[in-house]
Design a protein around this ligand. Structure first.
Ligand SMILES: *Cc1c(COP(=O)(O)O)cnc(C)c1O
Length: 371
């Protein structure tokens, strides 16, 4: 049997599984189209390769947060039929980004009457028709037209007359909690506020929102986390395919005696003589320091505990119970993957998988697999 050896920590991203997840979400969403949320560099996994895979699978709508992300994506996708993909910018036509939005044919998600008016002015000074979306705030109180502004817009439809509005959307605050009454409240308000836009495409649901029922689907669903293998229905078994594997090499193995301490601050005291393996990854790679003394790793068939503090470049695991013959230098140890589930690791670190993914830095050797 050939032994796999890593020179440094490695992030494997299975694009084929993102496409599987995309199709699965599309099945659940019924007649609704499925957009790809690729903000924050595709949840840390690479907005460009992820978008290319989604577009090849038929996705025609992408969302980023910032105009600069949209510019990068548009440039990367340009040059063939992929140029026809709609790229929406959730932060809207923020002052200072309008030129970039026009030049790169990005669609702002307009978040206030003020933004709408400014985009209309822009439209008048531009040759191009300016397509855009409108975001109505139905209870998140973060982005979007507040209810009073939404009502005013409905009463003054001429404000939108010069624009090509092709999507009216809102965002759910508690979709990951199906028992929350806020979901029905937001749905009711969305239905009411979008009554004047019956001939427009409507969109409400993120990953978790898709599971709240068909009445949440409208014309377009906007999953992010579930595409990347995160569990959209917390508390139930994850129906998505895992996408990410994070592995680090064994750099050293050392014997430790009872009473020895491991790592900064000597936070771990060895109780029985054994062995500690040092792994080549740390919080500088986005592996949470909060997992010091708490996390686990998977080495072959063995689950081993993280002992001592996680430092910038290194983490230590107790491998006393792993046969020495299995502890070769460079051996890959799984930190996130099939055995160390993204949602579980995040929970152990006191955070959510979203943050864990987006924290994964740029230091890894990245492998994109398409099979
Ligand atoms: C991030 C985001 C989504 C995707 O949410 P997930 O929970 O990752 O599916 C959808 N809509 C908006 C407005 C967002 O900001």
């Amino acid at each position: 049997m050939s032994r796999r050896i890593l020179a440094s920590a490695e992030l494997t991203i299975e694009l084929g599984r993102i496409v599987d997840n995309y199709r699965r979400l599309g099945g659940w969403a019924g007649a609704a189209d499925v957009a790809g949320m690729v903000k924050s560099d595709g949840y840390g996994l690479g907005a460009v390769p992820v978008s290319e895979a989604l577009v090849a699978a038929g996705c025609r709508t992408l969302f980023v947060a910032q105009a600069s992300e949209g510019v990068e994506l548009r440039q990367a996708l340009e040059g063939d039929q992929r140029a026809s993909v709609d790229i929406y910018v959730l932060n809207g036509a923020h002052p200072g980004t309008e030129d970039a939005l026009v030049e790169h044919r990005l669609l702002p998600v307009l978040n206030s009457l003020e933004q709408i008016d400014r985009w209309v002015d822009r439209r008048r000074s531009s040759e191009r028709s300016l397509r855009a979306a409108v975001h109505l705030d139905t209870g998140m109180h973060r982005l979007g037209l507040p209810v009073e502004e939404a009502r005013r817009l409905a009463a003054e439809p001429w404000r939108l007359a010069d624009l090509e509005i092709d999507l009216v959307m809102s965002h759910l605050a508690s979709a990951d909690d199906p028992a929350s009454g806020r979901n029905a409240d937001q749905l009711r308000l969305f239905v009411e506020l979008t009554r004047p836009y019956a001939d427009h495409r409507l969109s409400l649901a993120n990953s978790s929102g898709i599971h709240l029922g068909p009445e949440f689907h409208f014309d377009l669903v906007r999953p992010g986390y579930a595409l990347y293998g995160g569990n959209p229905i917390p508390g139930r078994s994850n129906p998505m395919s895992p996408v990410v594997t994070l592995e680090a090499p064994v750099l050293q193995v050392r014997p430790v005696a009872a009473g020895d301490t491991v790592g900064y601050g000597a936070t771990h005291r060895v109780l029985r003589a054994g062995r500690v393996a040092t792994l080549g990854l740390g919080y500088g790679d986005g592996f949470p320091r909060a997992l010091s003394g708490l996390g686990q790793a998977r080495l072959g068939v063995h689950t081993v505990p993280v002992v001592g503090r996680i430092s910038m470049d290194l983490a230590t695991v107790d491998v006393t119970d792993v046969p020495e013959s299995e502890l070769w230098l460079g051996r890959p140890v799984e930190l996130i993957g099939r055995h160390r589930l993204l949602d579980d690791v995040a929970h152990e670190a006191g955070t959510i998988g979203y943050e864990l993914l987006t924290d994964l830095g740029s230091r890894y050797r990245r492998r994109y697999r398409t099979d």
